[in-house]
Design a protein. Structure first.
Length: 256
């Protein structure tokens, strides 16, 4: 979903502004990382939870690629992932393997911002993520930034209905250019407004949860499918209907 180029013909037909800079006015990646960039400082230690292999480093849109790249803008970017191949991620300064059910290999109160981009939907025990994020963030100053699909959106519903064993084949068609090793099983244990707020409250975060729509990248393989996605975007979600929006964003801070 994130950073995968759309079919240029459909993108320019529905979003002609994308001819100037390569991204649309509602590009979800640009919107989310503009907020992240507004929060970071040169002194920050950032934890990128589920950093992956850094596939977005090949994003053909320089502006979007640079927004997502936090390395060099902060003191240190620490990548965490269950996948040992993520050690090759070119946009982290330091990498650690995380083992599900065990504490993150980081000291208490050692980070200024924890970032989780399209990872929460893959976690069978999301409560562990929120507890560990609070533990490693500095009291009274630590920030939490999350982007994750909404289980109740059309993308979430389709993903839930399609068995995980078919996800790689479906995404190979829907997101041309996405490599199979970058596809992981989705379980959606914390992907509604209510569940996000519940976990945030339980972990002690003061946070806002909101929804927004971006262009229907998953449907760019077909003109008819893309048009249906556009109709869904305009009538079923967004800030007025966050419980049905395609994507949820979470911005929070760690109290003392």
């Amino acid at each position: 979903m994130v950073g995968t180029p759309m079919n240029p013909s459909w993108q320019e037909r529905f979003y002609p502004e994308s001819r100037f800079g390569g991204f649309t006015d509602i590009d979800g990646t640009v919107a989310f990382y503009a907020r992240v960039n507004a929060l970071i400082k040169p002194s920050f230690v950032v934890v990128d939870f589920g950093c992956g292999r850094g596939a977005f480093a090949d994003d053909p849109v320089p502006f979007r690629r640079n927004l997502r790249t936090l390395k060099g803008k902060v003191a240190k970017v620490i990548g965490l992932d269950v996948d040992p191949d993520a050690r090759a991620n070119p946009v982290v300064d330091e990498f650690h393997i995380v083992i599900p059910g065990e504490p993150w290999p980081l000291p208490d109160a050692s980070a200024d911002l924890v970032l989780s981009d399209c990872v929460l939907e893959h976690l069978p025990e999301p409560g562990e993520f929120f507890r560990e994020a609070k533990r490693v963030l500095r009291p009274k100053a630590g920030l939490l930034c999350i982007r994750t699909p909404n289980k109740l959106s059309y993308v979430g519903i389709l993903s839930t209905l399609i068995p995980n064993r078919y996800h790689k084949a479906v995404l190979r068609r829907a997101q041309r250019g996405r490599e199979e090793q970058n596809v992981f099983p989705a379980v959606y244990r914390c992907n509604t407004v209510g569940r996000l707020r519940k976990h945030l409250h339980a972990a002690g975060f003061k946070a806002v949860v909101y929804g927004y729509e971006s262009e229907p990248q998953y449907l760019s393989f077909s003109g008819a499918a893309y048009l249906l996605g556009e109709c869904a975007n305009r009538h079923c979600g967004g800030r007025d209907y966050p419980r049905r929006a395609r994507t949820h964003a979470v911005l929070g801070d760690r109290p003392g």
